[in-house]
Design a protein around this ligand. Sequence first.
Ligand SMILES: Cc1cc2nc3c(=O)[nH]c(=O)nc-3n(C[C@H](O)[C@H](O)[C@H](O)COP(=O)(O)OP(=O)(O)OC[C@H]3O[C@@H](n4cnc5c(N)ncnc54)[C@H](O)[C@@H]3O)c2cc1C
Length: 382
Amino acid sequence: MRKSLLMVGAGLSGAVLARQLAEAGHDVTVLDTRSHVGGNCHTQRDPETGVLVHVYGPHIFHTDDAEVWDYINRFGRIRPYTHRVKTTSGGRVYTLPMNLHSINQFFDAAMPPAEARAFVAAKAVTLPYTPRNFEEQALSMLGHELYEAFFKGYTAKQWGCEPTELPAAILKRLPLRFTYDDNYFFHTYQGMPEDGYTPIIAAMLDHPCISLSLNTQFDRPLAQGFDHVFYSGPLDSWFGQDAGALGYRTLDFARLVHDGDYQGCAVMNYADAEIPYTRVTEHKYFAPWEHHARSVCYRETSRACGPGDIPYYPIRLAKDKALLTDYIARAHCETGVTFVGRLGTYRYLDMDVTIREALDCAALYLESLAHDRPMPAFAVAP
Ligand SMILES: Cc1cc2nc3c(=O)[nH]c(=O)nc-3n(C[C@H](O)[C@H](O)[C@H](O)COP(=O)(O)OP(=O)(O)OC[C@H]3O[C@@H](n4cnc5c(N)ncnc54)[C@H](O)[C@@H]3O)c2cc1C
């Protein structure tokens, strides 16, 4: 039976879900408070330089999921792109992720892989227990010099707290390579949309069964009359943040325009604590097939997210997890709504994971309908 569905949010989660459900024959109304589709993946031309800008921070598409890769390629041309990141520390430039080149540069050496591995292992701090936090994890992998030069200041700036307050698990994900491979990602597929992400997401939403309302803030009464709501807004906002706000980091972007090249690469991190910003993105490097005489860069600073700020990175420390548990319990008591995406589930999700989860969520909804089963509040546990 044809259903009338409401999708809150026209980001990647909302667009993929809307598309899948519209293709299955349902009517989907999509609304977003912003004036554009694409959520945080939104791209637009900078009016002064003509450069395609990743408005809410740099976005590189990378995945091992062949179905997700095929899916995004259905809606626009993805061109080959390999992401490489540099970092400035102590007035010198190194390549990231930490690899044989950065190690040799830092120690002014020319060690082959096995020698470098043994050298770093000798620097590592031996703890009589499993590392309890980020700092201990880093020291037990890298030792003091590399940790202090590359991770300590950057991490404190990014998260607004001491690295000793952060879980060890954050660092376990950062690769340490004993080769000269400086490709930032390990994934099989990597690329950049030729015309940016926004036209791709607009193409997903371009379907006769989808109607789109931009500049429209969702409020609970708007859900009336719909058979089901998929909500990709912040989980705590569904409840009016009545138990408190889940903690996020927000970002400030200072725009700077430059003649020619500003920094010679897409992303330059700044590892030193004394430099207040974390990185500078030079957007024209995301479209190496384009040529621009001028360049636009965004200098990025991280700070605590307050009322009215854009929530970027969920903090998920103990205080937030306790609050999250409370909101999850209450979400399970709701009917007719499923919380999706990075904000609806209070998790950091890469774009490929976002698409995968939206595809699976749409499949779960169709299966629930077919078997007359209730759709759960979460398709993926937050
Ligand atoms: C700085 C940064 C860099 C990133 N870089 C990468 C990268 O390089 N590669 C990668 O794979 N991923 C990256 N990501 C992750 C990527 O941004 C997410 O995977 C993606 O945005 C998730 O899509 P979403 O639809 O779940 O959320 P969003 O993009 O946040 O979309 C949610 C939408 O809901 C709307 N909304 C919220 N509340 C309401 C309401 N009450 N009423 C109406 N509308 C509402 C919002 O306006 C927004 O448009 C990055 C994320 C950040 C923060």
